[in-house]
Ligand binder design. Structure first.
Ligand code: FES
Length: 75
C-alpha cells in the first residue's frame, strides 16, 4: 500500500496526506493547496526535491478533475 506520509513538497516538508486533506477540505486549485498547506511555495526545489523539479507536478494530479484542465486557449 502506498504511504500517504510520502513527502510531496520537499521544500516545505508537506506530505501527500496533508495535501489530500486540504483537497477534502475544499482546496480546488494549486493556489488553494499552497494557501492551505504551504506546499509548493518553497522555491528550493532543484536542491531539495530529489526529482529536481517543483512539486506542482505531483500536486496537480491530486486535484479534482475539473481543475486539472488545461487553462490555455485549447483547454
Ligand atoms: S518541492 Fe515543493 S516547493 Fe519545492
Amino acid at each position: 500500500m502506498e504511504s500517504n506520509n510520502e513527502i510531496i513538497c520537499h521544500c516545505k516538508n508537506v506530505t501527500k496526506a496533508e495535501i489530500e486533506n486540504a483537497i477534502k477540505n475544499g482546496a480546488k486549485t494549486l493556489k488553494d493547496v499552497q494557501n492551505m498547506t504551504s506546499a509548493c511555495t518553497g522555491n528550493m526545489c532543484e536542491e531539495l526535491n530529489p526529482k529536481g523539479v517543483c512539486c506542482s507536478v505531483d500536486i496537480l494530479p491530486l486535484l479534482p478533475p475539473a481543475e486539472k484542465k488545461c487553462c490555455c486557449c485549447c483547454g
